[in-house]
Design a protein around this ligand. Structure first.
Ligand SMILES: Cc1ncc(COP(=O)(O)O)c(C=O)c1O
Length: 379
């Protein structure tokens, strides 16, 4: 299948015995507890669906209705109805179902790099070929550069789809309207499916806004957009995500989902529903907390090389070489700070490192920056 052990496994070996005050900035996590209404000890279980038997494989009807309404009202999805949604075991399962539904083994998928580390394996385990396209680092370096020029060299007769995340993991790039439109035009011209990873849609900073490619003209028919409660509401352990797609493929996607997990835990879907109903204050508090953490990290690392993250949860540091990056990982670990090595995020990024600024409270993130400054030679 071409599935390789992740660098996170190597890292986990090195972190067997974390010291007191350990700073786990290598993983994509949040320091915040989920919205109060969604916590297991606060839920009114008398109103919850019976969690013990199998539940409807598409998802809880009430959750599907809420999500369809939100996608239509907040994110501009035209004609969104519950029938065009499938609840999945996180966005990971959503992407796996999407790829297995519309593609055939041997098809190539352009994955815009640097990328979320699991995507190559999600695709290769479905018999697909992930083709890495250096992308958002190029856009940071030159916001005016042509999206089509970046993609075109990687097209082949077997290219069938395009995968990208905005905001992006690991570099926080939020695509502008013009860039999303250019991707849409490219997909239309070359008749590609689009897997639009929108799991960080709620975390976009500095007055920018999130634009779903599925909301652009003629794109709903060729886009499978994936979302997650993991990032939006700090519910990664609940494993609830969803995928929105064109009506005519959702029947098949449902069968793929049914044959992989049957139904997602009804108890956890109820947790997600409660987060959705009552989570507005959480979203606002999380944005404030993450922005403060980003500010402290960016200030603390002034003089280092990184783009200002435009959204999401990560800062993407550039070093001089792969050796320098691994040396920094090791030296930071000795001081109780874990960072994610760049090689997890694409072939061309072994000299980079990712720090998650949402995984610890802002003051702890500032402490991480203080540990890193001398290691980066910043004095
Ligand atoms: C860009 C991106 N997509 C998908 C996922 C997977 O999310 P989930 O926990 O919903 O499977 C992550 C998790 O880190 C992510 O960063």
């Amino acid at each position: 299948l071409g599935l390789r052990a992740s660098v996170f496994a190597t890292l986990a070996d090195k972190i067997r015995h974390p010291p007191a005050g350990f700073l786990p900035l290598h993983i994509g996590d949040t320091c915040l507890p989920p919205p109060e209404a969604a916590r297991l000890d606060r839920l009114d279980w008398s109103r919850a669906p019976n969690p013990y038997p199998y539940s409807h494989p598409a998802g809880l009807p009430e959750l599907l209705e809420h999500l369809a309404g939100r996608l239509a009202e907040v994110w501009g999805f035209q004609g969104m109805v519950p029938e065009r949604l499938q609840i999945t075991c996180g966005a990971t399962h959503a992407l796996s179902c999407a790829a297995r539904t519309v593609l055939n083994p041997g098809d190539e998928v352009l994955i815009l790099a640097p990328f979320w580390p699991l995507i190559p394996g999600v695709l290769s385990s479905a018999g697909l070929v992930a083709v890495q396209v250096p992308f958002s680092d190029r856009l940071y370096a030159d916001p005016g550069c042509s999206v089509v020029d970046l993609l075109a060299p990687y097209l082949s007769a077997r290219t069938a789809a395009l995968y990208f995340a905005s905001p992006n993991n690991p570099d926080g790039k939020v695509l502008s309207r013009g860039q999303v439109e250019a991707l849409a035009e490219f997909a239309l011209r070359h008749d590609l499916w689009v897997f639009s990873d929108e799991v960080y849609q709620d975390y976009v900073y500095d007055g920018r806004s999130h634009l779903s490619i599925a909301s652009l003209p003629d794109m709903a028919e060729r886009t499978l957009a994936v979302f997650s409660f993991s990032k939006s509401y700090g519910l990664a352990g609940a494993r609830v995500g969803y995928v929105a797609g064109p009506a005519d493929v959702m029947g098949h996607l449902r069968r793929v989902a049914n044959h992989s997990v049957y139904n997602v835990s009804a108890a956890m879907q109820y947790v997600a529903l409660q987060a959705l109903r009552h989570g507005q204050a959480f979203l606002e508090e999380a944005r404030r907390t993450y922005l403060e953490a980003r500010r402290l990290l960016v200030e603390g690392l002034a003089g280092a090389r990184f783009p200002l993250p435009e959204g999401g949860a990560y800062l993407w540091l550039e070093l001089d070489s792969e050796e320098a990056a691994w040396e920094l990982v090791d030296r930071a670990l000795q001081q109780g700070l874990a960072l994610a090595p760049g090689e997890a995020f694409g072939r061309d990024y072994k000299h980079c490192l990712r720090l998650c600024f949402t995984a610890a409270p802002p003051a702890e993130v500032a402490r991480a920056a203080a540990i890193l400054r001398p290691l980066l030679g910043l004095g």
